[in-house]
Design a protein around this ligand. Structure first.
Ligand code: SAM
Length: 395
């Protein structure tokens, strides 16, 4: 296989901005695709695969090539992808034969090197999850697949499968997730289908969350951290637009996106509400059900966002933990007595999940009753890592 000089140069620029300047991979890649409309499907997938994999395996590659330079790491990635490096592709590190030979030595390296993760994060994962940590790392280092949620406001699973197949996209159902479809590994959904309201791209673990609230017609449901609406749209669909879903967020841009998605999905149940300082007072005792899909480390989604592990810092984790405690303290004021509180994160760390709930219940004895807790571990599901705690507000 032959490497193309201009694509390699563009990929190197992208890799530097992600690995050296700590920019967000998804944003950088989307901008590069926009700025290079002449890149064909194969060019795009070369750039995307090189960038995702070099980011995921940064530390392991740096052992293989014996260098931390981005150019050397990328060259190691291309060698592992089966490319022969042309003359113009020079780097400071071990030659191709040595890189391939050192793969066998990787297994003997410390876990943080083999699994390509910063030391501090490896130590934290071990402390919090013990022997369950390494299986999560292995699962989170896999390449992700694309999953869809069928929007039951506009279609059925059966009709959606037929529609996708008419467009040459083969998908399959997933056991235990009634509205989820999996695309064949490596398959990407064409933009025209992606923008059709019949489907939303959503991981099965994320699809597990909204049904836990069991939305009923006539209920008022608050999604206090709705973002661009992944779960708010699902809540609207589950209630067949017969509940009212107040979608709140501090980020106005995300609420705008949500409005666009809701229109496309015919999710008329959704009313976006920007978060203000007094929101929990303005909406006091209003909701029959409250979802706090809290800001978190995002560690459960490393498969899709491998750049996150290099951007996260112990101080940013402390900050999200304190936001989580604050949201759990304030937002349940919006819930009626007897209402359901669902706390969710896409983290796999107990300190962001069940420990936050334990602290909440200890701080307010008798105020909450725990109905169920769900730790969706990537090693067990093959999907993103998520946590959900479902409680009743007693008083
Ligand atoms: C995990 S994301 C939500 C994802 C979204 N629920 C979904 O399913 O697509 C967390 C969201 O919390 C928002 N957020 C951050 N601080 C907040 C606060 N104090 N109150 C409400 N939302 C907040 C962020 O803007 C972000 O959109």
């Amino acid at each position: 296989m032959k490497l193309h000089r201009h694509l390699c140069a563009s990929t190197l620029e992208l890799a530097k901005s992600v690995l050296v300047n700590h920019r967000v991979l998804d944003h950088e890649l989307a901008t590069a695709f926009e700025e290079n409309p002449k890149w064909g499907k194969r060019d795009r997938s070369f750039v995307a695969e090189s960038l995702f994999e070099v980011t995921r395996w940064r530390r392991a590659h740096s052992f293989l090539v014996d260098s931390e330079e981005t150019q050397s790491l990328l060259c190691a990635q291309w060698i592992l992808m089966g490319y022969e490096l042309p003359e113009w592709c020079t780097y400071n590190g071990l030659p191709a034969e040595d890189i391939l030979a050192r793969q066998a030595l990787l297994a003997e390296q410390p876990r943080a090197v083999r699994q390509s993760i910063p030391d501090w994060l490896d130590q934290l994962g071990e402390k919090e999850l013990g022997e369950k940590w390494e299986p999560q790392l292995s699962a989170l280092n896999q390449k992700p697949s694309v999953f869809l949620r069928v929007n039951t406001l506009l279609s059925t699973v059966e009709d959606t499968l037929d529609w996708l197949s008419e467009h040459n996209v083969q998908a399959s159902r997933i056991e235990g997730h009634p509205h989820a479809l999996a695309l064949e590994p490596g398959k990407i959904l064409p933009k025209s289908l992606r923008l059709d309201g019949r489907i939303e791209i959503q991981d099965p673990s994320s699809q597990y969350i909204a049904p836990l609230l069991d939305p009923q017609p006539g209920q008022r449901i608050i999604d206090a951290c709705s973002g661009a609406g992944g779960k708010a749209l699902h809540l609207a669909a589950l209630s067949n637009n017969e509940a009212r879903v107040f979608a709140m967020d501090v980020d106005q841009k995300k609420l705008k996106q949500l409005q666009y998605r809701a229109k496309r999905a015919r999710a008329t149940a959704i009313s976006p509400k920007p978060i203000t300082e007094t929101i929990h007072v303005d909406f006091a005792d209003v909701a029959d059900a409250l979802l706090i899909d809290s800001p978190c480390s995002g560690l459960g989604t490393l498969k899709r966002q491998p750049d996150l592990k290099w951007r996260l810092k112990p101080s940013s984790l402390d900050r999200v933990r304190s936001i989580q405690a604050e949201l759990l303290e304030n937002y349940p004021q919006m819930l009626k007595s007897g209402g359901k509180l669902l706390y969710a994160t896409c983290s796999i760390l107990p300190s962001e999940n069940q420990d936050q709930i334990t602290k909440l219940m200890e701080k307010h004895p008798g105020k909450y009753r725990l109905l169920s807790q769900h730790n969706l571990l990537p090693s067990e599901t093959g999907h993103d890592g998520f946590h959900a705690s479902l409680l009743i507000k007693e008083a």
